[in-house]
Design a protein around this ligand. Sequence first.
Ligand code: 0RA
Length: 646
Amino acid sequence: MAEEIEEAKKENEDYSGSSITVLEGLEAVRVRPAMYIGSTDIRGLHHLVWEVVDNSVDEALAGFCNHIEISILPGNGIRVTDNGRGIPTDIHPKEHVGTIEVVMTKLHAGGKFDSNSYKVSAGLHGVGVSCVNALSNKLIVSVRRNGRVVEQAFSKGVPCGPQKDIGPSDGTTGTSVTFYPDDTIFTETVYVYETLATRFRELAFLMSGLRLTLTDERDPEKIQTDTFCFPGGVSEFVRYVDEHRTPLFQEPIHLVLPDGQFPLEVAMWYNDGYQENFFSFVNNVNTYDGGTHVTGFKTALTRIIGKFAQDMPKGKKEAQITSDDIREGLTAVIAIKVSQPQFEGQTKRKLGNSEIASYVNSAFGAKLEEYFQENPSAIKVILDKVYNAAVAREAAHRARTLARRKNVLESGGLPGKLADCSSRDPKLCEVFIVEGDSAGGSAKMGRNREFQAILPLRGKILNVEKASLHRVLETEEIQNLVNAIGTGIGTEFKMEKLRYDKIVIMTDADVDGSHIQTLLLTFFFRYMRPLIDEGHIYLAMPPLYKLKVGQKDTYLFDEDAKDKAMAEIADKKNVTITRFKGLGEMSPEQLNETTMDPKRRFLKQCHVEDSILADQIFSMLMGEDVEPRRKFIESNAYRVLNDLDI
Ligand code: 0RA
């Protein structure tokens, strides 16, 4: 490490401004990048952008900036330009170098130094833009301020020289940061447009009035650009999430409490479906796993709706309502600002501050009660829905207990159709969920029975997007699935009871197969989400073609591979090509060789990159609205079902 510092100092010989302690600090970032930005994979690569944009967002929060432009440049560089005040260009009184250099080289010297400014972007990001500098081959800051343009360049965090006055500005103010991630540090260096677009859309919802423009300039022939700006804020967020659902009332309930101890904003909307859908944020960072702010929200919701329910005429209360009934068909966004957030859990995606639960419960609760008093028609529609849910739940419960009494032995055991494996160590075991009995037969013969189990499904499973939980659980196919997997579902889900490490969906490579895949993924997404989050769900990849050249068989997995292989064969006489119409057409040996044997198969692991988009896609693909679904399947089906990581 000392050697590298010496090297950096030499590179920097003609410039004496930087101090050794700064170099040591940034060198630490280069030695252990993951400690600062989480990882050096594709996530870490994007994290650099979040860091830089956070600084401009702070400037917007302080009220000085309303437009941020982000460009992906040729060579996978990023430029972030804002119209804020611009980083001060004077010499920093304590550090004796320009302020630009202090901001860019001092660890944790984030954006502003005035401690009274509300630094809310320091959520999961907030390690400071100096880390981005340390991890970039090249970084250039350009500031427009006081009628001048001032620039300074850095390499791997080391200033290439002092800041320079470039000339007069066009009269505007702002900061522009351009950086090129160090490809010796990151395992991936190609930015993904959709990942950036998703985050900036989300930010635009959370910061109403802020305009974010994303432009992909990598291919000059195909410039892609989107501008996100939502004056309606989180209210437009729930509209976006529920775009393909049917709302129970016209306008989302939008409650803003900007002045309390913890600034808070909630938007909520009920639809005629059965899912509950929460999106929660702390300091503009998505808390995917909820936390105390979500707990406070739920407590208040149950309390206030319960209060209005009590006041209903007795005759209308046909059932006992529960908090689950109250949240059926609810989509809500809750965004709070917390000056000292504590994040919990492995991925730090859950808010832990205990004082927030009681704060949200009382502040949001009071505001919601006031809203319902002023909008009696809204609470009336909601209570109708809640009582319907309660009545349906009680009826289903009665039906289930009756059925259980009839057949005590069967409930909970392993399904008869499951061909289980012999190993009892879940870590080694896999289960293949196979479409149809005939493919199930081939799979049973082709498997390694030591660690591979087969569960054939008869035709299509119930579309869980259109049915309540009670109906879902009553279908035999779903019961078989749940019993085979072992974990239970929903709030009863227990990962430690998982019976197989890998759950592999194996369907035909055709439209029906894709549909079954989507139905199963929807079920896992809604009721066994941790299985997806922790990487237990896979898609099998059966080949589409078998190419026989002389005595040699080659299996090809898509049209491109087939065309390529055919183009490469000079002598086409000795070639036969077979298209597999379905899994059932393959012999057990072929199925083993191409799709099941861990040494030779391809599996796709399913992830949820963007849960908002995934939710939208599922509600659209599986919901009532037919027209957008048809269009979507036509234009995107392959990409969504197979590539979009769900
Ligand atoms: C330090 C002080 C001030 C603004 C900034 C930094 C600042 C940093 C960044 C980074 C990206 N965009 C930015 N915009 C501003 C306050 C300046 C003043 O008081 O005029």
